[in-house]
Ligand binder design. Structure first.
Ligand SMILES: NC(=O)c1ccc[n+]([C@@H]2O[C@H](COP(=O)([O-])OP(=O)(O)OC[C@H]3O[C@@H](n4cnc5c(N)ncnc54)[C@H](O)[C@@H]3O)[C@@H](O)[C@H]2O)c1
Length: 262
């Protein structure tokens, strides 16, 4: 079977674990050069070893995506290594499990800087590279959340930053359409990753429940009665990064087992 990302360069943030790593593996399985970015230096280097086993070139970079300075330096390295960027997948994200009344200004800003500002910075860097190099059908895909479409107790800045990400996605889609670059986000429901386990633990405390009782309560609200796997989300991100998705732009598709329709 032909590998449709052979010779292309794909950047994935938050790629040390969880959905980001699953996306990087999908790109590697399709033959891409993969640039993997994460805050956690040891974990991103370990992830690079795993992804290299697919026989592709991998460039691991320990970078804080909330820092413009670090991102500019990272793009210099990416351009020296590969030149052209074809795909950007924004997967890094964080949450703080607190009621709005208990949230500090610093916590509010930290979530918005990682979940939203980073995407403004990264999309601009990637688009500039794509336009300069005449990339046809460049792709930018970001992970938003079902929390962008429904409020969640104890998750205020996360919900608001992800809703703003959907809006930012539409504006980037409009501004980059003339260059053939498509910009989309995906809105997963509950995905079985370490982040979800940590969030369930902390938010169950906010809700005054035991973690397993809280998880059962959440699963009762999911029509398909199960968590998504990271691979299920990555599969759709791979499609949005493919030629088959050339005419799809500005969308924020929910992948949540039906959760947001009831
Ligand atoms: N797990 C879920 O249920 C779920 C649901 C909806 C959306 N999401 C979103 O999917 C994305 C991935 O989630 P996940 O569950 O795989 O999370 P995760 O915590 O398992 O992985 C996120 C990765 O991002 C990295 N990261 C965090 N801050 C960073 C920063 N400032 N700079 C660089 N890297 C940073 C972390 O080190 C980690 O490796 C996030 O944007 C999250 O909001 C997750």
């Amino acid at each position: 079977m032909s590998k449709f990302l052979s010779g292309k360069t794909c950047i994935v943030t938050g790629a040390a674990r969880g959905i980001g790593k699953a996306v990087a593996v999908k790109y590697a399985q399709q033959g891409a050069n993969v640039v993997i970015i994460d805050l956690n230096k040891e974990a991103i280097e370990a992830a690079a070893q795993d992804i290299e086993s697919y026989g592709v070139s991998v460039l691991p970079l320990a970078v804080n995506v909330a820092s413009a300075q670090e991102l500019n330096a990272a793009f210099d390295k990416i351009e020296s290594a590969y030149g052209t960027v074809d795909v950007l997948a924004n997967c890094a994200g964080i949450s703080v499990s607190k009621l709005l009344a208990d949230l500090s200004e610093e916590e509010w800003e930290r979530v918005f800087n990682v979940n939203l500002k980073s995407i403004f910075l990264l999309n601009n860097l990637a688009a500039k590279n794509m336009i300069k190099n005449g990339v046809k059908n460049g792709k930018i895909v970001s992970i938003s959340s079902q929390a962008s479409k429904i409020g969640e107790v104890g998750n205020g800045p996360y919900c608001a930053s992800k809703a703003a990400l959907n809006s930012l996605t539409q504006v980037f889609a409009l501004e980059l359409a003339e260059h053939g670059i498509s910009v989309n986000s995906v809105c997963p429901g509950y995905v079985d990753t370490e982040m979800l386990r940590e969030v369930l633990q902390k938010r169950s405390v906010v809700e005054g429940k035991a973690p397993d009782e809280y998880e059962k309560q959440l699963m009762a609200q999911v029509p398909m009665k199960r968590l998504a796997s990271a691979e299920e989300i990555a599969e759709f991100m791979l499609f949005l990064s493919s030629e088959g998705a050339n005419y799809i732009t500005g969308t924020s598709m929910t992948i949540a087992g039906g959760k947001t329709i009831i």
